[in-house]
Ligand binder design. Structure first.
Ligand SMILES: [Zn+2]
Length: 373
């Protein structure tokens, strides 16, 4: 990406601008005097930065507060929710999901574009972005992909879900089509972990692993509050072997966890067409279904224990359509984990996030990247 060289003065101004904007974003309604007090910036600097933010349509005045100490009235400022939007994309095997979020992260638009075999994926992505950005000022786009990313060159290197050759240059295509917009390519599981940190129910959490069980099984790793990508393939939890005498996986490994614990694998094993059908078997006390889920729970417990032994996160959050199984899966998973782990009662729980965590995490991630301080 071409970056215009900025002087140190410009960088300081930009950083202060972001600081002021984030403060207004966090507080909801705040006066210039309070911004001055919290940031330590001069009144003139605060005033001029706020004027620029207002002129840019990112901030607006929202009322007047009486100061109890000085008796003076102070004008309050808030973020202008429709001053800019973020597009979060979740690229899946058969569809492209696009969500648009306003500056306050309320979802304002959702679309699903089917992916037709043989069709150029990047064109499908541009089509989805085109629909999402109609009549909206888009500030950032995050493309969430299931696969290994060359983080230096923003290319998809491999994927067991997407045709990696077809999807390799999606970042470049979007970046060239939207040169004034911040574009980010990120592994989808990493974005889920980011959404958990930002919008989940884990106060001040710095280290967590979110495990997404869907068509595949992926893990997002958050270390010290940041997504851990490693060299680009960290979090390939689904391709951790749980049986080296097991079947060969598409990735080349044998007995991958994904082959037994993904949703399609669970449905195959239980001869069910859908999760709701499987749930009805479990609710009726079907022994075969219970055994199958108990086996899946055991495999997941061993996999999770490997993660805990390696990085000891504060939380393990399980998300995705697997949550439909409720305690039929979670109870045996926790029980088995406690039997095999060094530390008991590690906090394994289901995600409570609603909507699509890939697109939500993507929107917040690109927001934080733009308004970096
Ligand atoms: Zn594999």
């Amino acid at each position: 990406m071409l970056e215009v060289l900025k002087s140190s003065q410009q960088l300081i101004k930009e950083s202060n601008m972001h600081l002021v904007f984030r403060l207004i974003h966090k507080h909801g309604c705040i006066s210039r005097a309070d911004i001055k007090k919290i940031t330590g910036l001069s009144a003139t600097t605060v005033s001029s930065l706020v004027e620029e933010l207002i002129a840019d349509g990112l901030v607006e005045e929202c009322g007047i507060k009486d100061s109890s100490t000085s008796g003076r009235k102070a004008v309050l400022l808030q973020v202008c929710a429709d001053g800019g939007y973020f597009v979060g994309l979740d690229i899946r095997k058969n569809q492209i999901i696009a969500d648009v979020f306003a500056l306050d992260f309320t979802s304002v638009f959702h679309t699903e574009v089917p992916v037709v075999p043989g069709q150029n994926l990047a064109m499908g992505i541009l089509h989805a972005i085109g629909m999402a950005s109609r009549d909206r000022r888009i500030l950032g786009v995050t493309i969430g992909v299931p696969g290994v990313i060359d983080t230096k060159n923003n290319r998809l290197l491999s994927s067991t879900v997407l045709n990696a050759e077809d999807a390799a240059d999606v970042y470049q295509t979007v970046f060239e089509a939207m040169p004034d917009v911040r574009v980010i390519l990120k592994n989808n599981s990493g974005l889920v972990a980011y959404a958990e940190k930002e919008f989940g129910t884990h106060e001040q959490v710095k280290n967590l692993v979110s495990i997404d069980i869907d068509d595949g099984v992926g893990a997002g790793i958050l270390i010290d509050g940041k997504i851990y990508d490693g060299g680009g393939m960290a979090g390939e939890f689904g391709h951790m072997s749980v049986d080296f005498n097991g079947k060969r996986c598409q990735c080349g490994n044998y007995g991958c966890l994904e082959l037994v614990a993904s949703i399609p694998a669970i449905l195959r094993k239980t001869n069910c067409f859908s999760m709701s059908e499987l749930l009805s078997y479990l609710e009726s006390g079907d022994k075969k279904a219970e055994e199958a889920i108990s086996d899946t729970a055991k495999v997941l417990a061993f996999g999770i224990n490997n993660i805990v032994n390696l990085i000891d996160p504060e939380f393990i959050v399980v998300g995705g359509p697997i949550r439909a199984l409720g305690d039929y899966l979670l109870a045996p998973l926790k029980k088995c984990f406690d039997e095999i782990s060094l530390i008991k009662n590690k906090y394994i729980k289901y995600s409570v996030l609603e909507g699509n965590p890939v697109t939500l995490g993507g929107a917040k991630f690109v927001f934080d990247s733009i308004f970096d301080v």
